[in-house]
Design a protein around this ligand. Structure first.
Ligand code: SF4
Length: 167
């Protein structure tokens, strides 16, 4: 009898703190169980950044700049099911606190009014990611199929969502 093919999964993180991925690692020995069912094809955890065609995409963090928007759209175009992992992806949460201010005032606070290595100048090198005027939850940019809430979601919630999905 041939073995059931593993479900291909890719994870990315956008604007956030990486705490949701740390919660993923808190699955501890359950990660061993998961590896029997899934193949993690791309992830900051595995340091494989190239996203192939996958069954499930998992996104931590919200969209803060043009590179993150592109990265999210790339994953969406290559996965069948997309999950938002954590409150930053779902609502904007912590990164979206800046949304009550204008982009110019946020940049001025970061580079001009505060001591920084930029000597009081807002960097405008075209190779740098361009900050969006607002931090956006991912469903404002792409279609999302499921949410795992929490800041961060605890490992049990991640386990429940993944095992239900795989079942
Ligand atoms: Fe960090 Fe919480 Fe945002 Fe996850 S939801 S990236 S833990 S701030």
């Amino acid at each position: 009898m041939s073995a059931k093919p593993k479900v291909k999964v890719a994870t990315i993180w956008l604007g956030g703190c990486s705490g949701c991925h740390m919660s993923f690692l808190d699955l501890d020995e359950r990660l061993v169980e998961l590896t029997k069912l899934i193949e993690l094809t791309a992830s900051p955890i595995t340091d494989i950044k190239e996203i192939p065609e996958v069954d499930v995409g998992i996104v931590e963090g919200c969209v803060n700049n043009n590179e993150e928007e592109q990265h999210l759209k790339e994953l969406r175009s290559r996965c069948k099911i997309l999950l938002a992992l954590g409150d930053c992806a779902i609502t904007g949460n912590v990164p979206a606190l800046r949304n009550q201010f204008t982009l110019q005032s946020v940049l001025a606070r970061g580079y001009v009014e505060t001591e920084s290595t930029q000597m009081g100048v807002v960097p405008n090198d075209p190779v740098l990611p361009r900050l969006c005027s607002k931090a956006r939850p991912i469903q404002e940019v792409v279609q999302v199929d499921g949410h795992i809430p929490g800041c961060p979601p605890d490992a049990d919630a991640i386990w429940y969502a993944l095992t239900e999905l795989l079942a």
